[in-house]
Design a protein around this ligand. Structure first.
Ligand SMILES: Cc1cc2nc3c(=O)[nH]c(=O)nc-3n(C[C@H](O)[C@H](O)[C@H](O)COP(=O)(O)OP(=O)(O)OC[C@H]3O[C@@H](n4cnc5c(N)ncnc54)[C@H](O)[C@@H]3O)c2cc1C
Length: 378
């Protein structure tokens, strides 16, 4: 694995080639020297994602990371807020200061009421071109992924998606993410383009501490776009009744079952322990693919990233693609028949044993201890 501070591989970002040779060091350029006109880019920005009056928590997690990066570079942190007349952007800005921002850029326009790619891409690229940040961070959410890609290609700069770690190497952003199907971590740097862009998944970084004394200033900018310029129309918002019912990413306790449980019937033992503990149920990809539980319960590289206080993994091998999604948990307890299973390399507590016996024993013990009834899962 690449050490984040000493990247083994420092590719130029191919996506940045769109900017053209005059503006950059060129597609195949290996020069680490920043072109003169890009040296003016300063500061770390966080795109603050909000929807229906709520800021997505990943924006504050990113604010904490941005603060650390900016302190290393000796620059300021700014939050970027785009929205419509009904959005409480100034209130969100106040929260941004509490989590570490020094400034907020606000762009308010009727066409920015509700997310659409076209006006948000124009708004964010205009702000970047006007104020020139060196780093721009977005959450790897549905909205963040959609917006980051179009902003990066419009600006002709590099974007490292789904990062698990952000650092500074020299003056460059060293963005680490899984590669080769999650079997390796690579650190990517955008050396000759600005801004350096990255997305990070919710729960990859911890929530920063709140400092209620912090305040900052607001810079406003107009969008300069009218409704008839925009192809996509937002007619109505219809929430998906089946979506987001599972709050895995922000659960305090998760009991996860793996393929070692053998079949869907045995997987009910995971639910029974989870109910006694007031926990969420997680699963490996092998389990969701077998149809033992819903896909949205999958933890790992292609599932959710979680960081609960307690993570109990039963019959889970601990493959790297699973590990990257849960290794930041405060306490990991693994139950596995194989004493050499990879999960024991990073679990805090290990039980070498048959999960079909250990899970009911734990359920019984916790029920007695917590004074709860065991509810059999049908
Ligand atoms: C591109 C890519 C992305 C992926 N993304 C993800 C992802 O997001 N999440 C994810 O989980 N996986 C992901 N995977 C799959 C991953 O590589 C593993 O195959 C998967 O995590 C294995 O699931 P498992 O541990 O449940 O099953 P197995 O690997 O089959 O492990 C079962 C474990 O149970 C143990 N066991 C057997 N019987 C018992 C028993 N009675 N009691 C206790 N223990 C027992 C065994 O010793 C073994 O360690 C991805 C793979 C690829 C290639």
């Amino acid at each position: 694995m690449a050490e984040p501070d000493k990247p083994a591989n420092v590719p130029q970002m191919a996506a940045a080639a769109a900017a053209g040779a005059a503006k950059t060091a060129g597609r195949s350029g290996r020069s680490t020297e920043l072109p003169e006109h890009l040296k003016a880019y300063k500061g770390v920005w966080v795109f603050i994602e909000h929807d229906r009056g709520q800021v997505h928590t990943v924006s504050w997690e990113l604010m904490g990371e941005a603060r650390k990066l900016a302190d290393k570079l000796g620059v300021d942190v700014s939050g970027v807020l785009l929205g419509g007349p009904a959005d409480k952007l100034e209130d969100f800005a106040k929260e941004a200061y509490v989590y570490g921002a020094d400034h907020c850029y606000i762009m308010r326009d009727p066409v920015l009421q509700g997310y659409r790619n076209e006006p948000y891409t124009k708004g964010l690229t205009d702000l970047v071109n006007q104020h020139q940040p060196e780093i721009l961070l977005l959450g790897a959410t549905t909205m963040g992924r959609d917006l980051a890609g179009s902003v990066a290609t419009t600006l002709g700069t590099g974007l490292t998606a789904d990062c698990t770690e952000l650092n500074i190497d020299g003056r460059a952003l060293a963005a680490t993410r899984p590669t080769f199907g999650g079997s390796l971590l690579c650190t990517i740097m955008t050396l000759a383009y600005r801004p350096q862009m990255a997305t990070m998944r919710p729960r990859t970084a911890p929530m920063p501490a709140r400092d209620e004394r912090r305040t900052g200033d607001i810079v406003t900018m107009a969008l300069g776009m009218i409704e008839t310029d925009i192809v996509t129309k937002l007619l109505e918002f219809i929430p998906d009744a089946n979506r987001n019912t599972v709050n895995l990413a922000y659960a305090d306790i998760i009991v996860t079952g793996g393929k070692g449980l053998k079949n869907a019937d045995n997987f009910k033992l995971v639910w029974e322990l989870a109910k006694v503990l007031g926990a969420e149920v997680g699963a490996t990809r092998a389990v969701t693919q077998a149809g033992w539980c819903e896909a949205e319960r999958q933890v790992g590289q292609t599932g959710k990233t979680v960081r609960p206080k307690l993570y109990i993994a039963a019959g889970v091998s601990g493959a790297i693609q699973h590990r990257v999604g849960m290794e930041s948990s405060d306490i990991i307890v693994a139950i596995n028949t194989d004493a050499n299973a990879p999960i024991f390399d990073f679990a805090h507590h290990g039980i070498v044993g048959n999960a079909l016996q250990v899970l009911p024993a734990l359920t019984q013990a916790f029920a007695t201890r917590l004074g709860k009834q065991i509810r059999k899962v049908a």
